[in-house]
Design a protein around this ligand. Structure first.
Ligand code: IMP
Ligand code: MG
Length: 181
């Protein structure tokens, strides 16, 4: 794909990590009663579907839409709740499935929201982690890949809603978004 500078995780590498993350979750939730896996739309949709199907533990599935980026490549700092969960999480073990942890603002907000609503536990699995960009002291309990200060697209990750359907994750060429921030 001409807009991609380099691939950081190809289909095989992603599939391998999804399997490892699923085994990690299976172990952690072996004794849990119906944990609920929460897909943070839209970015984690592809990762979420692969992950929950790779798990042996049965999980409930829920979806929440948060938006923090608008059409740029920098978080606005104040994620907005666009569409809420469809059922209560009180007393449940919640598993947040995120595409990427960047500033950490989204994860902090989500964790607060779930604990306020009475979740019994909150665990976060992320496909990517950008530790160097963190503004909040928060981290995923499991992250599949780490990356630096680069803007990634593919396998759910977008730039202005584009590139989500690429089967791999790659670095978006700067010239694609330069001057548009
Ligand atoms: P945070 O609140 O800054 O941690 O941002 C989290 C959200 O921003 C992620 O769930 C993504 O949806 C989006 N995001 C952060 N970095 C990237 C990236 O490199 N590519 C695409 N989306 C990103
Ligand atoms: Mg996201």
């Amino acid at each position: 794909m001409e807009d991609i500078e380099r691939v950081v995780a190809d289909e095989r590498q992603i599939a391998k990590k999804v399997e490892i993350a699923a085994r990690w979750l299976d172990e952690r939730f072996a004794k849990a009663v119906e944990p609920v896996a929460i897909c943070v739309l839209k970015g984690s949709a592809f990762f979420f579907c692969d992950l929950v199907r790779a798990m042996k533990t049965p999980v409930l599935t829920e979806f929440i839409t948060l938006s923090s980026y608008g059409d740029g490549t920098c978080s606005t700092g104040a994620p907005k709740l666009v569409a809420d969960l469809s059922s209560p999480v009180a007393g449940k073990d919640a598993i947040i499935v995120e595409d990427i942890i960047d500033s950490g603002n989204t994860l902090v907000l989500l964790k607060e929201l779930l604990f306020e609503r009475g979740a019994k536990s909150v665990t976060c699995v992320a496909l990517f982690d950008k530790p160097a960009r963190r503004q909040k002291d928060v981290k995923a309990d499991f992250s599949c890949f780490e990356t630096g200060d680069e803007f990634l697209v593919g396998y759910g990750l977008d730039y202005a809603q584009r590139y989500r359907t690429l089967p791999y994750v790659g670095v978006l060429k700067r010239e694609v978004y330069a001057g548009k921030k």
